[in-house]
Design a protein around this ligand. Structure first.
Ligand SMILES: [Mn+2]
Length: 224
């Protein structure tokens, strides 16, 4: 049986991402890598992360969407309010990876940017196996994952964390684990009693990038 390796919320941290794949000894022919969204914003090189994620997908990784990825797609298509919302969430660093002269929220006139948006908008929101659901933020606890609004799949927090009661284990990112562990300095993976596993170690906020190995529940991590 293949190892499953789940990583979330890379947020432009290309160096830490590469180190983590190495530390977990990731091998595309032996392992199933599952990336749980939020490749862009806040960190130093979202463009490099997306280039790497595109390669990893071509080699067999399952690549899911996060709320930051969704915000980038919505801003590109000039949806109402999307630009202001994305700006508040660290977008300027992302835009400057494509055009270093950008000082406001101008969309880069760049083929790479266009290609990356196209890549992101074609990603799935969740991946389900017999035992697990992988999703960026969580599921609506009153619904099945397939009936959960995509908005909730990438944004939900407490309602899911507190009320999920399904039999499949949900592996998610989005909410940094200090908030789940209820200890400000604890960036380790959160194993909830209600079959939920939070893996976002808040690397971009001075925490760590985590990789959860399944079914062993072993964790690899790199300091952010
Ligand atoms: Mn997120």
């Amino acid at each position: 049986m293949k190892r499953m390796l789940a990583i979330s919320d890379v947020h432009g941290k290309i160096e830490e991402f590469e180190l983590l794949l190495e530390k977990a000894n990731y091998n595309a022919s032996r392992d199933q890598l599952i990336l749980v969204g939020d490749y862009v914003d806040r960190g130093p090189d979202s463009r490099a992360v997306l280039n790497r994620v595109i390669e990893l997908k071509a080699e067999g990784a399952i690549v899911l969407r996060g709320n930051h990825d969704d915000m980038m797609v919505a801003a590109y298509h000039n949806e109402p309010g999307a630009l202001a919302r994305w700006e508040k969430n660290g977008a300027l660093y992302t835009l400057q990876c494509y055009d270093s002269t950008i000082k406001d929220m101008t969309m880069p006139d760049s083929e790479a940017f266009h290609d990356h948006v196209t890549f992101l908008e074609n990603l799935d929101y969740y991946y389900e196996t017999d035992d697990y659901i992988f999703v960026h933020a969580g599921v609506d606890p009153k619904r099945t994952v397939e009936d959960t609004d995509p908005y909730d799949l990438v944004w939900i927090r407490d309602e899911f964390h507190q009320n999920y009661s399904g039999t499949k284990t949900v592996v998610f990112g989005h909410t940094p684990t200090p908030m789940l562990n209820n200890i400000y300095s604890d960036h380790t993976v959160y194993f909830g009693e209600n079959n939920i596993i939070g893996i976002d170690g808040g690397a971009v906020f001075g925490g760590q990038l985590n990789c959860l190995e399944l079914p062993s529940k072993k964790v690899y991590s790199i300091k952010g």
